[in-house]
Design a protein. Structure first.
Length: 295
């Protein structure tokens, strides 16, 4: 028997029971497709909450080899954390749950995932594929898989968006190079970042407002920097995730530029006692004069 797990799956089964017997259409489905265990090699959907899937799937892949090959190409997108329901959406198509009728993702689920993930794909030159055209999927009042990640406190919550630019911790090579980097950026701030949860698909990060030390504010007001950096943490989940490297809290020296209504972090250094170059650069910064700038 299939192993069921997750509230979204239990809700789907409950809706199926209310719909009643699928009749002759289900009999045709049973004859035209087969149930197969989701293999461990299918990293996209293995351990998603059920253990069997239908072949052919909803993308017309007829062999497990083809399914594994095609589904693996989506793993990098999931790693960008562009939407918390992206995996559920993709697996509903690549590995449809083995029930008496085919259950498609709801159009609203497709649109939500596309809204957050298509811009990230475009960063790397990949358009949203026609095979995932949201208009092909049923409206929410029909039997379908709906979105799971709904913030009960805010219906207008902004989903975290992955950055097009890979953001990683920098090695503090020399104090001079760090000073040059601070000069080249609009702002530089020493901050403490907290990871608010470790259980959801998308990480949730917070800025500790009591641990904000502004070295350079540039075009920003000092008083607005905490809020602008919190906005950066909210919309750039990938960058924050890469900087944190799995830790729950950390102190960092970040610098970046102001782009219209948001700030973009270009450099991030982990603040550690043994990092002499970083400490030296910060001490020297108070008296440092940038080339052609007032310091």
């Amino acid at each position: 028997p299939s192993r069921l797990g997750g509230p979204w799956l239990l809700g789907l089964v409950a809706r199926l029971l209310l719909w009643g017997s699928p009749g002759t259409w289900a009999s045709y489905l049973r004859r035209s497709s087969s149930c197969m265990p989701i293999p461990h090699r299918m990293a996209l959907c293995y351990d998603i909450g059920y253990s069997e899937m239908r072949i052919p799937n909803l993308l017309e892949h007829e062999t497990m080899t083809e399914v594994i090959q095609q589904s693996s190409s989506w793993l990098p997108l999931l790693a960008r954390e562009c939407h918390p329901d992206a995996r559920i959406f993709l697996c509903s198509l690549f590995a449809p749950i083995c029930l008496d009728r085919l259950i498609y993702p709801c159009r609203s689920l497709c649109e939500a995932v596309k809204r957050s993930c298509a811009p990230v794909m475009a960063c790397y030159g990949y358009p949203w594929p026609e095979i995932l055209n949201c208009n092909k999927f049923p409206a929410d009042h029909e039997l379908c898989i709906a979105a799971v990640s709904i913030d009960e406190n805010s219906s207008s919550r902004r989903m975290p968006q992955a950055s097009c630019k890979d953001c990683e911790l920098e090695e503090a090579s020399t104090a001079r190079e760090i000073l040059e980097s601070l000069c080249a950026n609009d702002f530089a701030v020493k901050i403490r970042i907290l990871r608010k949860n470790i259980t959801t698909t998308v990480s949730d990060f917070a800025l500790d407002p009591s641990k904000v030390e502004v070295l350079k504010h540039g075009p920003l007001l000092r008083t607005e920097i905490p809020a602008r950096l919190q906005q950066w943490l909210d919309i750039d989940a990938t960058c924050a995730h890469n900087i944190m490297r799995g830790t729950h809290t950390g102190v960092f020296l970040v610098s970046g530029e102001v782009q219209s209504d948001k700030v973009v972090v270009n450099k991030a250094y982990a603040w550690q006692k043994r990092n002499r170059n970083l400490h030296q650069a910060v001490r020297r910064w108070k008296h440092h004069r940038c080339p052609e700038q007032g310091g």
